[in-house]
Ligand binder design. Structure first.
Ligand code: ZN
Length: 373
């Protein structure tokens, strides 16, 4: 009667039984059946105490299929005391000691650190306070007296873009071919593209020889989109049209959308000053829409300083444009170095910031500092 009521309870109460409920149920069934059988009941109580005995008992009693749950519960009972009453190993005792010790030390250090926040400095040893203040004062004095490090920034971290004007046109007729000079028979004798390329390759070579990272870019180079560099210079030559009067000189122009102070202006003035110092041409300010609103200015990253240089007019200034490629490239290289090595310094410091010594620096404040200086 009692075991029936026990059997019914879990079945009726829940559809699913937890593992522990099943275990308890099996235990109860085993206990009830052991009580009915006097032969096995004598062996079973001793099963908990010693290990070899239950083996014999189970071998004798558990062969019958009707006693299977009893055997199962029996085996679980045999395993369980071993898990619970496992004696600590001698080695694990030492480990436990050091483990406890380390936990105590760590928590003491943590609590001491936390309590330091609430300690009034007056309670500290005055010598310690004085020592800490001296250290702090020395650090502040060290920062104030810091001198610029003599180690230069590695040049290959500086990226410079050079656009060879009108290059990369290929067979595409929608590209502007640039200025062209004709002879009396309307044959093309000189192209702007060829002058630009002759100079641009030389500028690239000069800068690469100084270990800069240089990008040689086509007029409509896909890399211009969001292009990031320390400086971008687009190299062009001006019209070969006969205007009926002497039209000569070079023009340097920045994007009209860029501010009138800052890196774009400093780059423009560096190029102009050094170009004028090396090339026997006057500076002209006849900036055209194609210069101040050049397609490149709409593509490059807003923080990439960019200028376009019209090296001279292909009619009046033909001599220098066709025979002085090395000199033209040198003048442009000096302008770029002027910018790269001095941008970010104020006007006064720009002079002392000269490193190559072969270029001129315009007396122009550059209020926008370059990050990383
Ligand atoms: Zn051009």
């Amino acid at each position: 009667m009692t075991d029936e009521s026990v059997n019914d309870k879990p079945n009726n109460e829940e559809g699913e039984h937890s593992a522990s409920a099943i275990f308890v149920e099996l235990m109860r069934q085993a206990a009830a059946k052991a009580a009915l059988k006097p032969s096995s009941s004598a062996a079973e109580p001793s099963a908990d105490d010693a290990e070899p005995q239950p083996k014999a008992a189970s071998d004798g009693g558990a062969r019958e299929p009707s006693l299977e749950p009893a055997e199962e519960a029996h085996q679980i009972r045999r395993v369980r005391p071993r898990l619970v009453l496992r004696r600590p190993q001698p080695g694990s005792m030492a480990g436990g000691f050091f483990g406890t010790l380390s936990v105590v030390i760590l928590s003491t250090a943590l609590v001491a650190t936390l309590l330091m926040f609430f300690v009034n400095p007056e309670f500290l040893n005055p010598a310690v306070v004085q020592g800490l203040q001296l250290e702090r004062d020395e650090i502040i004095a060290g920062i104030a007296a810091a001198q610029p490090t003599p180690v230069q920034t590695p040049q290959w971290l500086r990226r410079i873009g050079i656009i060879s004007g009108h290059r990369g046109r290929g067979q595409r007729l929608d590209y502007d071919p640039g200025a062209v000079c004709y002879d009396e028979y309307k044959r093309v004798v000189l192209t702007e593209e060829s002058i630009n390329y002759a100079v641009a390759t030389r500028v690239v070579n000069n800068l690469e020889a100084l270990n800069f990272t240089v990008d040689m870019l086509d007029e409509f180079d896909p890399r211009l989109v969001d292009y990031r560099a320390d400086a971008l210079v687009s190299i062009h030559a001006n019209s070969c049209i006969d205007f009926g009067e002497l039209v000569t000189g070079f023009i340097v122009s920045k994007s009209d959308a860029r501010p009138d102070t800052g890196n774009d202006v400093f780059l423009r003035e560096c190029i102009a000053l050094n170009y004028a110092a090396n090339i026997p041409l006057q500076r002209s300010y006849n900036e055209t829409e194609d210069m101040i609103n050049n397609h490149a200015w709409r593509k490059i990253h807003p923080l990439t300083p960019g200028v376009i240089l019209e090296m001279g007019f292909m009619l009046a200034d033909k001599e220098v444009l066709t025979s002085q490629h090395d000199l033209l490239a040198h003048a442009i290289t000096m302008g770029i170095l002027c910018y790269i090595e001095n941008a970010g310094y104020s006007a006064g410091l720009a002079q002392s910031g000269r490193r190559s010594g072969d270029y001129l620096v315009p007396l122009l404040a550059t209020p926008t500092p370059i990050f990383g200086r």
